[in-house]
Ligand binder design. Sequence first.
Ligand code: NAP
Length: 275
Amino acid sequence: MSTKVAVVTGSNKGIGLAIVRSLCKQYQGDVYITARDVGRGQEAVESMVSEGLKPKFHQLDINDLESITTAAAFFKDKYGGVDVLINNAGIAFKAADTTPFPVQAEVTLKTNYFATRDMLTHFLPLIKAGGRVVNVSSFVGARTLNKCNSALQQRFRSEDISEEELNGLMEQFVDQAKKGEHEKGGWPDTAYGTSKTGLTVLSMIHARRLSKERPNDGVLVNACCPGWVRTDMAGSKAPKSPDEGAITPVYLALLPPGAAEPHGKFVSDKEVQQW
Ligand code: NAP
């Protein structure tokens, strides 16, 4: 049987690196740290080696389509596909950041939603039967959903929303933010939250699509919240350590063979959350 492989995006530090640490200890296969910066990625590999673990490395900048397609071709060629994909890479402007909101909206949506969407476009076809896809979203996305106007909430909760419609809504948020009209358009005043609402809905769309298109393959796709975790993104006051933040993503990545659920859910503390 061919070697299994798990790929974690944005895993040179923070929750991503903790996910790699946990997978290295329990996953029967190769585990890849990926990072946009090769130097930071290799440093992360060395830090794991110093803990007695043996992750591998591949460069991957999710904002760079060529980097995505190069990595996808590498995993297809070397492993015949991917068994576990954890889309963890993400960004957040600090609350005190004075970057104008339209710029924050465009930049945040670009990485957290559109670039992760590109990852899914190119990697989902590679996910092997029995594979697991985990999109690291956030409770902030769930809170943001509840602050959208009722028409948006209805679309984000509907079973028939398509990826195209969702892409259009995410673009609409950015366009309206650029004109200072997003609140008038029914959106809350949060770029990070909107990006994560979009990512969670996208996970649900892909799960439904896979159930239809590959009904016998047992691939499970979920979004999750790691909790509020002490990282460069969230700061030192957060209650969870990165290793604690890794627990739910890793739980979803290692759902046992034959499991049928959760699938297409938003999961926090290993529990399916209402959406
Ligand atoms: P972090 O410490 O800032 O780490 C973010 C990681 O994403 C870094 O490795 C970063 O790489 C990488 N990244 C950013 N843009 C990338 C790109 N274009 N391509 C590849 N990698 C990229 O943040 P974290 O707290 O661990 O966050 C990890 C995930 O958890 C994010 O999706 C975040 O939204 C989510 N989350 C975090 C919390 C929390 O409390 N921390 C709560 C809910 C959800 P560089 O080092 O090169 O910048």
